[in-house]
Design a protein. Structure first.
Length: 431
């Protein structure tokens, strides 16, 4: 047991107790709904009814709606929220149980365009409780030593006080060369980190470096990957290090939406339906997608009374399935700009591409780009003296269509985006 982690954890919950247990109550509520305890459906329906009624009564944007039937509300995206920002903000005096000023949650988004979401006190408490609950669910207890990998800038930086009381080590990944990876490994070992959280591509580079240089992490128990698809190759390398890894689906404007669990099948995302209502809508319309059909992930945030986000199109796509009688995500992909199409205009599942390239041992990195309706480029980093196999060309031709023009480009490296994320599938045609 780490005494500092134990002390910080006890202090946090003791402080919460003396303030009326706002976070503990949220934690228990989340647990009750996620674990399907008595009355959970009634509370889910009540939370939805309350946020819809609140939005109609207290925002200009939703004031025209007279129904509390979710399907009658419009689907919105980040651009619509920006354009109608003032009409969506709720005055402090109309936010239930608001404490002081609203919190402004900033996000740059995948486009790099800043977006500021006001969040009520209740929403902030809910987010903290989600972090505690979903951390506990995968073996990461609150305040265990955490190394957080991301691009740390001025408005994302942690203060020294936050670093101490949250027991977090922020590690900047603006540059992930060998020197940075060596420093990162040293930090993990020296600080006896319990968990590392970061982008899937960053965790992949960390694991590959550690394996190549025969570095072990005796105290490290868990890696939590977010923001990108977690590849099977990354899972395999992390497993060789003796560390568990799970993928978590979250965003900055809302919170934790879904996550995997170590002892459950890979790529099954259990939904945080204690705090959100989930819909998957068709790619070309706002009609519900069929079970098993790839569609747009749309959520309704049940707890942000400062800035209602109802039927918010996250920009991600996925597939609904079922596990043990509950709705889950059986596939989760990034922004729709990353969807690509065959020569007939049908969507190609990114997983189809992943499976094809996974079977080619000589491929170290790959990136698939759709340049035009029937034009495709495959960028590859190969092992020494390797050539692109005829079998790979044949499988891609079968997937894309007989008359697809597929060009292979051999490169030394596939660079990361400015956000330090890696996109293996890119659509430059944008159907």
């Amino acid at each position: 047991m780490n005494l500092k982690s134990y002390f910080l954890r006890k202090y946090f919950w003791l402080n919460d107790f003396f303030h009326g247990q706002p976070i503990r109550k949220q934690y228990r509520d989340i647990a009750s709904i996620i674990e399907r305890k008595k009355g959970y459906k009634v509370r889910q329906q009540l939370y939805l009814k309350k946020i819809l009624s609140h939005a109609i009564k207290n925002t200009a944007f939703y004031s025209q709606y007279e129904t509390i039937e979710l399907s009658r509300f419009p689907v919105v995206n980040k651009n619509i929220l920006r354009e109608n920002y003032n009409d969506l903000c709720v005055g402090k005096e109309n936010i239930p149980c608001q404490k002081d000023n609203v919190f402004i949650q900033k996000t740059s988004g995948s486009t790099g365009t800043p977006f500021a979401v006001p969040q009520s006190s209740n929403k902030r408490e809910r987010r903290l409780a989600e972090l505690k609950y979903f951390g506990d669910a995968v073996g990461f207890k609150s305040h265990e030593k955490l190394v957080h990998l991301r691009v740390w800038n001025n408005w994302r930086a942690k203060t020294k006080k936050q670093i101490f009381w949250e027991n977090i080590i922020p590690f900047d990944i603006s540059k992930m060369d060998d020197a940075s990876l060596k420093d990162l490994c040293n930090v993990i070992v020296k600080e006896k980190a319990h968990t590392v959280r970061g982008y899937a591509s960053s965790l992949d580079m960390l694991a590959q470096y550690a394996k190549c240089h025969k570095i072990s992490f005796p105290q490290l128990k868990l890696m939590i990957a977010g923001s990108e698809a977690l590849q099977d190759s990354t899972r395999d390398v992390v497993a060789e290090l003796g560390v568990d890894i799970i993928s978590q689906y979250a965003n900055e404007e809302n919170g934790i939406l879904a996550q995997e669990y170590p002892k459950q099948p890979k790529k099954i995302f259990f939904l945080n339906d204690a705090s959100y209502v989930f819909e998957i809508l068709k790619l070309g319309s706002d009609l519900p997608a069929e079970r098993g059909e790839l569609g747009r992930i749309v959520i309704t945030d049940l707890f942000n009374y400062a800035f209602p986000m109802i039927r918010y199109d996250t920009g991600d796509v996925g597939v609904f399935g079922e596990k043990d009688g509950r709705k889950v995500l059986t596939a989760l992909y990034g922004r729709r700009i990353d969807l690509v199409y065959d020569i007939n205009g049908s969507v190609i599942s990114p997983m189809s591409l992943t499976r094809i390239f996974k079977d080619c041992d000589y491929i170290q990195q790959w990136q698939f780009l759709q340049q035009d309706e029937k034009e495709y480029e495959i960028r590859l980093v190969l092992t020494d003296n390797a050539d692109v196999s005829i079998e790979l060309k044949r499988e891609l031709q079968l997937l894309l269509g007989e008359h697809a023009n597929v060009v292979f480009t051999l490169v030394q490296d596939i660079p990361l985006l400015d956000s330090r994320k890696r996109k293996p599938v890119v659509n430059l045609w944008k159907k």
